[in-house]
Design a protein around this ligand. Structure first.
Ligand SMILES: Cc1cc2nc3c(=O)[nH]c(=O)nc-3n(C[C@H](O)[C@H](O)[C@H](O)COP(=O)(O)O)c2cc1C
Length: 360
């Protein structure tokens, strides 16, 4: 007995020593390599693979961006971006007689490819996106009153294309403030929303998820790309598999009725400078989506998805994701259990996180 106790004590001491040593070494590394950008570069060069999955995803995403250009797709990110740029030019005050000279030719080329796709099979490309592209291009050429050989050539090319839209009004307009939602009502909704982890066994109607997604997709995204997918699981077996993956669902994964994996699409970008947009855009959409759910009587909780290789690899295999698909977060959705508690979750005071005109 005494011998056993002695062994346990020795093991505990060893574990404490290892932990302390690790902490000291870790601190020395962080103090050293965290002190300059060059040293940080060396740190990540030599065997520290922390961001390797993301790096590979960004690179392959950029590769796929170019590869996809000639492929048939439901939605065309390069077309969306350029149409968005044209719309920005159209709303400028004062609007210039000639603008977008440097990208109008490629925009018409992108549109041409989309029109070819529509000509072979109208069902493969989003008609709403196509109509928007057509309407904006038509408006651009109508509004380009100055004479310019590049714009004129693009105009002639556009005029030759046979695509016939059903609409003509998907162009910049004067926004009216029609909302009857008061600050008090929105405040009430914000106070009502809490991260809920205990749900009724009731299934979540898909129509309600879709309605909330309609709110979610209205959120701003960089260049109106909407570079995300909401992968929804409501089959109990699949929910069990997916909800059990993240660490953060431990203890309540088993009672989640619907789980959503929000996936960012890195193939939406030609430049690494935009690599963060998937996180920002998806999160903005997720927040609006969750407010949408609240108005429909549903509750939700975000579940963290850490950049942790074993989890990433499992999720990639389970969902059949490409390296260019980055899991942003998971969202548990369901009807809140009437007796389930939610944490109080005190927020910070405004003074703590808000400043005006402060230069540091
Ligand atoms: C990015 C992110 C990751 C989160 N991860 C988890 C998680 O893994 N598990 C969990 O139970 N809650 C998670 N949450 C919920 C937070 O704990 C919760 O939002 C926070 O405590 C504030 O509570 P509230 O949402 O009720 O205001 C996460 C929230 C966010 C935004």
């Amino acid at each position: 007995m005494l011998k056993k106790l002695k062994t346990i004590a020795t093991n505990l001491l060893a574990i404490t020593w290892i932990r302390k040593t690790y902490e000291v070494v870790n601190r020395v590394f962080l103090e050293t390599f965290g002190s300059s950008r060059i040293l940080a570069h060396f740190f990540y060069m030599f065997g520290f693979l922390a961001f390797n999955r993301e790096q590979a995803g960004v690179l392959r995403g950029r590769r796929n961006y170019y590869r996809n250009k000639n492929q048939d797709r439901t939605s065309r990110v390069e077309l969306r971006r350029n149409i968005h740029r044209l719309e920005k030019g159209l709303v400028m005050r004062p609007r210039r007689d000639i603008f977008a000279r440097d990208y109008i030719t490629e925009t018409v080329e992108f549109y041409e490819l989309a029109a070819q796709q529509c000509a072979t099979d109208t069902s493969t490309m989003e008609s709403s996106e196509m109509e928007w592209a057509h309407n904006v291009l038509a408006e651009y050429f109508r509004a380009s009153t100055g004479s310019d050989p590049v714009v004129d050539a693009a105009r002639a090319r556009f005029a030759q294309l046979a695509y016939q839209p059903q609409t003509s009004d998907k162009i910049p307009y004067v926004k009216k403030n029609l909302s009857s939602v008061s600050y008090e009502q929105l405040h009430e909704l914000a106070m009502q929303r809490r991260s809920v982890r205990w749900f009724d066994e009731k299934p979540v109607p898909r129509e309600l998820v879709d309605k909330a997604l309609v709110i979610g997709r209205q959120s701003p995204t960089a260049c109106n790309r909407l570079p995300y997918e909401f992968r929804i699981f409501d089959d109990p077996e699949m929910v069990k598999t997916v909800a059990g993956l993240p660490f953060g669902s431990a203890g309540y994964a088993q009672n989640i009725p619907t789980i959503i994996v929000v996936v960012g699409k890195l193939e939406s970008y030609f430049s690494p400078r935009d690599r963060h947009a998937i996180y920002i855009d998806s999160s903005l959409a997720a927040m609006s989506f969750m407010y949408g759910l609240e108005t429909l009587g549903l509750s939700s909780s975000v579940i963290n998805w850490p950049d942790f290789e074993p989890l990433e690899a499992t999720m990639q295999k389970t969902l059949g994701l490409d390296v260019t698909d980055r899991v942003i977060m998971l969202i548990a959705v369901g009807y809140a259990h009437p007796e389930g508690l939610v944490p109080y979750s005190q927020k910070k005071e405004l003074d703590t996180f808000r400043s005006y005109n402060q230069l540091r």
